[in-house]
Design a protein around this ligand. Structure first.
Ligand SMILES: O=c1[nH]c(=O)n([C@H]2C[C@H](O)[C@@H](COP(=O)(O)O)O2)cc1CO
Ligand SMILES: [Zn+2]
Length: 162
C-alpha cells in the first residue's frame, strides 16, 4: 500500500465544485451562480455567490425578474457572484489569478475581472450566450487578453453529506 489513491478529483473538478457549492448559498429562485478565484499555483483566494448587498434584506428586496417598475425586480440590487468573489478578497492583488464560475460572466463582471488582473475564466453554463451582455464580455476579454474556456464536465458525481 505504498501507492497513492488514483480516484482523487482534478483541480478543475475541485474548483468548479467549490464554485457551485458557493452558488448553493444563493437565495435567487431562478439562477444560483457561484464563483471561486484561484491563484496561478492553485490556491483558493476567494469565493462568492449572487445575492443582495449587506444590509439589503433577502426577505425584503424583490427576487422577481419581470415588473414594469425596475425597482421591483432583483436586477437593480443583486451583486453578481464574480463581483462578490472579487470584493470578498481582502488579501491584496488578484493579478494573474483564475476565476471558476458556474455561469459565463456578464459585461459588468467582465469589466471587474479585467480590472482586477484576473487572466483566466473557466465557466460552466453559457445559457445567455448571444445576448448583448455576454457578447460584450467576450469582446472585452479578447481585447484584454483574458482567456476564457468552457469547463469540460467529467462523469464524476461529487456528493457530500453534511
Ligand atoms: O455573470 C453573472 N453572475 C451572476 O451572479 N448572475 C446572477 C444575477 C442574478 O441573480 C442571476 C441571473 O438571473 P436570471 O437568470 O433570472 O436573469 O444570476 C448573472 C450573471 C450573468 O448574467
Ligand atoms: Zn455579472
Amino acid at each position: 500500500m505504498n501507492d497513492k489513491r488514483k480516484d482523487y478529483i482534478t483541480w478543475d473538478e475541485y474548483f468548479m465544485a467549490v464554485a457551485k457549492l458557493a452558488g448553493m448559498r444563493s437565495k435567487d429562485p431562478n439562477s444560483q451562480v457561484g464563483a471561486c478565484i484561484v491563484s496561478a499555483d492553485n490556491k483558493i483566494l476567494s469565493m462568492g455567490y449572487n445575492g443582495f448587498p449587506m444590509g439589503c434584506s433577502d426577505d425584503e428586496f424583490p427576487w422577481g425578474r419581470d415588473d414594469e417598475d425596475p425597482l421591483k425586480t432583483k436586477y437593480v440590487y443583486v451583486t453578481h457572484s464574480e463581483l462578490n468573489a472579487i470584493l470578498n478578497y481582502r488579501g491584496g492583488s488578484l493579478e494573474g489569478a483564475k476565476l471558476y464560475v458556474s455561469l459565463f460572466p456578464c459585461n459588468e463582471c467582465a469589466k471587474a475581472i479585467i480590472q482586477a488582473g484576473i487572466k483566466t475564466v473557466i465557466y460552466d453554463s453559457d445559457k445567455y450566450d448571444g445576448t448583448p451582455a455576454v457578447m460584450a464580455s467576450k469582446m472585452m476579454f479578447q481585447a484584454a487578453g483574458v482567456q476564457f474556456k468552457k469547463y469540460t464536465p467529467t462523469d464524476r458525481k461529487i456528493e457530500i453529506t453534511v
